[in-house]
Design a protein around this ligand. Structure first.
Ligand SMILES: NC(=O)c1ccc[n+]([C@@H]2O[C@H](COP(=O)([O-])OP(=O)(O)OC[C@H]3O[C@@H](n4cnc5c(N)ncnc54)[C@H](OP(=O)(O)O)[C@@H]3O)[C@@H](O)[C@H]2O)c1
Length: 328
């Protein structure tokens, strides 16, 4: 950002005027927001690209996201507080913080692909001391999703058997590590070329999803499905007290999850994870204790965010596509 922009209260932000492919994304000069009551103004140093960004941008959720343009993009960030109300006791200007800007009601992101964001102080925490901004951005939203799903909702217990489907992706890499922190036996299903990596990350077993059939697997206490296909087969693997969570959104997965509430005793559960300060604080503690480490797939400048979307949509690779907003 140049000096003139700081003086005039302007900033760079990524926007789009119509749903469509990654090329609809444009970096524009827009008005810089001001911190309102209970909010912090954060200079964003890095963010990441999540599947929900590409789903919203392509218009697949248009019934929910509407036709009001321009829209912003991005749900997570890592940055530094530059403005805050003096009476806010927990934070001060200069603090390094992270958070997820996802509306609890709509599940829709609120535009972190920008030089500055304003956010309620109830939704941020100090970011891990042991990581730089890029590394932290590879963890913020996906690590929070793993905590909310495995620790808070599934209440995964030591000795339980956990299956992570889609284990090498952004959420999967976090779920494998958190599963081990919580004392579970972790089985990871992923592409053949990611199996050694997943064992290094902590998985007790890592299996190739192209050659492993559900019928060849032992029962699981918790199934975390990040793929969204063949749900009935994986639901059939649940132990007597088994719990299954499918976070992948597709018309078929939604239909199956709804049907599972009617047929059979074990529901497949979906939710939109919108973490608050406690979750982000706990995540930072896991990271600083050395229990969770970042997995960075690739790094893009803010003006190259369309390339990050293209890469995520092409699939494959391990961990997170990170967007670098500054040289800090
Ligand atoms: N509800 C929520 O709050 C929430 C939050 C975060 C994410 N999500 C959803 O969760 C899903 C995963 O997110 P993510 O960020 O982890 O995505 P990601 O980084 O794109 O990872 C997806 C992974 O799934 C693997 N995969 C594809 N087909 C597979 C199969 N049949 N069996 C096993 N693995 C397979 C891919 O591996 P290959 O490319 O090698 O095939 C890739 O590593 C997305 O649908 C996302 O929208 C929901």
């Amino acid at each position: 950002m140049n000096q003139a922009m700081t003086m005039t209260g302007m900033m760079q932000a990524v926007e789009y005027d119509q749903y469509g492919p990654p090329r609809v994304l444009e970096t524009r000069t827009v008005t810089r927001p001001r911190a309102d009551h209970g909010q912090a103004l954060v200079r964003v140093h890095a963010s990441s690209v999540n599947p929900i960004d590409t789903i919203i941008r392509s218009g697949k959720l248009r019934l929910r996201t509407g036709r009001k343009f321009p829209k912003r993009i991005g749900i997570d960030f890592v940055g530094e507080i530059v403005e805050i109300e003096t009476e806010a006791p927990d934070f001060k200007v200069g603090d390094r913080v992270w958070g997820v800007m996802l509306s609890v009601e709509s599940g829709v992101g609120q535009g972190t692909a920008a030089e500055f964001v304003t956010i309620s102080t109830t939704r941020i925490s100090l970011s891990p001391k042991s990581l730089n901004f890029i590394e932290a951005a590879a963890i913020s939203s996906v690590g929070a999703v793993a905590i909310i799903t495995l620790r808070d909702k599934a209440k995964l217990r030591p000795g339980e058997r956990l299956l992570v489907r889609g284990a090498a992706g952004g959420v999967g890499c976090m779920a494998v590590q958190l599963g081990k922190v919580l004392g579970a036996h972790v089985t990871a299903l992923a592409s053949a070329h990611d199996l050694v990596f997943l064992k290094e990350l902590g998985a007790d077993e890592a299996l190739d999803y192209r050659t492993t059939t559900p019928s060849s697997l032992e029962p699981f206490d918790v199934v975390l499905d990040l793929v969204g296909t063949n749900l009935s087969k994986y639901r059939g693997l649940l132990s007597r007290r088994g719990r299954m969570y499918c976070l992948a959104l597709s018309s078929r997965s939604i239909a199956y999850m709804l049907a599972s509430h009617i047929f059979g005793s074990k529901r497949v559960q979906f939710f939109s994870a919108a973490p608050m300060r406690d979750t982000m604080t706990d995540l930072a503690a896991y990271v600083d204790a050395g229990s969770i480490r970042p997995v960075v797939h690739s790094i893009y400048g803010l003006d190259k965010i369309a390339e990050a979307h293209l890469s995520l949509e092409a699939g494959g690779g391990r961990g997170k596509r990170v967007v670098k907003h500054t040289d800090g």
